[in-house]
Design a protein around this ligand. Structure first.
Ligand SMILES: Cc1cc2nc3c(=O)[nH]c(=O)nc-3n(C[C@H](O)[C@H](O)[C@H](O)COP(=O)(O)O)c2cc1C
Length: 195
């Protein structure tokens, strides 16, 4: 049991993202994806509102996804060059599995939207952890596509928004870790204010 716990902690300590454009396939199998998504949905959520959803884009739907991106780009940036359009082709076809994380807060509810959005972020984090624990590398990106009204309508109902595109595949080479904030800069013991 202790060994299990220590390997679980090592797993948490070793998670890092990969850049989606650098991932290689294959991504998780259908069974692995179901498990990753189920873990993603096992997320704290004040009020049991499930204020998030996952939309998977199958590999044979990548061309259709590209059409959405290309149309959005043309509409929102009439000056877009061939190089910009090529980038959308590449993005739509990055290797691995693709999950679109949707924030779906319930409006006018006693649970503040802020808390519902926090839950969405936690669901995204859980997906990253589950992907890592399954032996994959994941990368969460937003960029203009997540904020585009045209892209949003392809995935979201009214009041929802895209929280990110999460690609899950393998790293082509060993990932370098990024600098982490020294704990002392992000954590301190509370001192009661002088009254
Ligand atoms: C909500 C959200 C949106 C992000 N969007 C982008 C993005 O558009 N482009 C990018 O290069 N990184 C983006 N990132 C950061 C990457 O996921 C980055 O690789 C990650 O923070 C690395 O940290 P990690 O190794 O601890 O996962 C985003 C992260 C979050 C949480």
């Amino acid at each position: 049991m202790l060994n299990d716990r220590s390997s679980l902690l090592s797993l948490l300590e070793s998670r890092r993202s990969g850049k989606p454009r650098e991932l290689v396939g294959p991504g998780p199998t259908a069974e692995e994806m179901e498990r990753i998504l189920a873990i993603g949905a096992r997320t704290p959520d004040h009020g049991k509102l499930s204020p998030w959803r996952f939309v998977t884009i199958a590999n044979d739907q990548r061309d259709a996804f590209e059409v959405v991106l290309q149309n959005a780009l043309s509409e929102e940036n009439p000056d877009a060059t061939a190089a910009h359009h090529e980038k959308e082709h590449e993005f739509a076809h990055y290797a691995g599995q693709l999950v679109v994380l949707i924030s779906a807060p319930v409006q006018d509810h006693k649970i503040p939207v802020w808390e519902q959005e926090l839950s969405c972020g936690a669901a995204g984090m859980n997906l990253l952890l589950a992907a890592h624990a399954s032996g994959y590398v994941a990368g969460w990106v937003t960029g203009w596509r997540a904020y585009s009204a045209r892209v949003r309508t392809a995935f979201c109902e009214t009041g929802e928004r895209i929280a990110g595109f999460i690609f899950i595949g393998h790293a082509a080479r060993e990932l370098e870790d990024r600098e982490r904030p020294p704990l002392a800069t992000v954590c301190r013991a509370w001192r009661p204010p002088d009254l």
